[in-house]
Design a protein around this ligand. Sequence first.
Ligand code: PLP
Length: 396
Amino acid sequence: MQYNEKSFALGSKRSIIREIFEYSKTRANEIGKENVFDFSLGNPSVEPPKEVIDAVKELINIDNQTLLHGYTSAQGDLRVRTVVANNINQRFNVNLSPNNIYMTCGAAASLSICLKATLNDGDECVVFAPFFTEYRVFVENAGGKLVISNPASNLQIDVKDFESKITENTKAIILNSPNNPSGVVYSEEIIKSVCEILERKQKEYNKVIYLITDEPYRELVYGDIFVPYLMNYYDNTLVCYSYSKSLSLPGERIGYIAVNPKMQDSDKVYLAVCGAGRSLGYVCAPSMFQQVVAKCINAKVNIEAYKKNRDLLYNSLLEYGYDCVKPDGAFYLFVKSPDGDAYSMYEKAKEKEILVVPCDDFGVKGYVRIAYCVDYDRIKNSLPGFKELAKVYNLI
Ligand code: PLP
């Protein structure tokens, strides 16, 4: 074959989310956008903060446009990395230098780079179900093998199951909290248990196990919810961050990797990150948006808007008899299919013009995901459809 078969297979099989998104556009042309309730994509519905808009306006008017749009260092502009490192230090009481930071094109790039930097062929990488489906793609592309740790019934981590999944071949784990697709925030108690197991297993197998924490939703939490900063619990931690959701900038492709300076051989791991970025072609993250995030390092989107959506949707679906996991963060609601079949719920909802994502590929069977990062009115207008669907299942 002329081309790479694995890449062909990936390219020709679109993700179910993209598939639904395309269907939604076609359906909107047929019956009108206002009549299709598309809850498939995690595209933020809240405007980027005013500081971000102002920073973009200011930057496009500066004199030195060549500098603004030019290459930065492969790992990102030193001044930007300094601002990012200082901000993390201030917020989480750690001690990063700019040389622990690698600017990236969002969390997808951060993850791909970290996996490529840490895995060797055949190494195992444990992920916690339910998990972002692209993890499989990124892990396998780095030569690794994905191992799934099954959740407890409340979708927190089942620490016993996790421990049973660590073998002498485990090289890394990926932890995502607040979680896509469940909206669950892992408790500090659970995080401590996970880290204790990792420490013990490192000793038992006399090797390093990397904790890769995927944090695009860190800032999107509702109420007084504590999201532990993993570097404070486990030294061999790499943080994958993205401004896609926290500043509503998913199309601008900007984020970073932070390598814990307390990690074993931290400087070498950072160089492996630089090398992985180089081999994957992820060098010099978008220059202008590096400057934007440095200017807006403390900016926040209006989280209240997502909370209002969450409250309306969650409370209404509970009232209609659905079994949902209460999301403390991110902007997803994870709903159990009343007959245990995620695909049939997806099909039945589609008949009511409601588009949800069947989540069997996310590592737990029988759930659908509702991305509630949409206008409040869309949620309000979709409720009669959800109520009708509840009647189909005899929930009311
Ligand atoms: N990780 C998780 C858990 C996500 O939900 C997403 C995007 O939705 C990503 C990574 C990728 O984020 P980015 O757009 O910053 O590449």
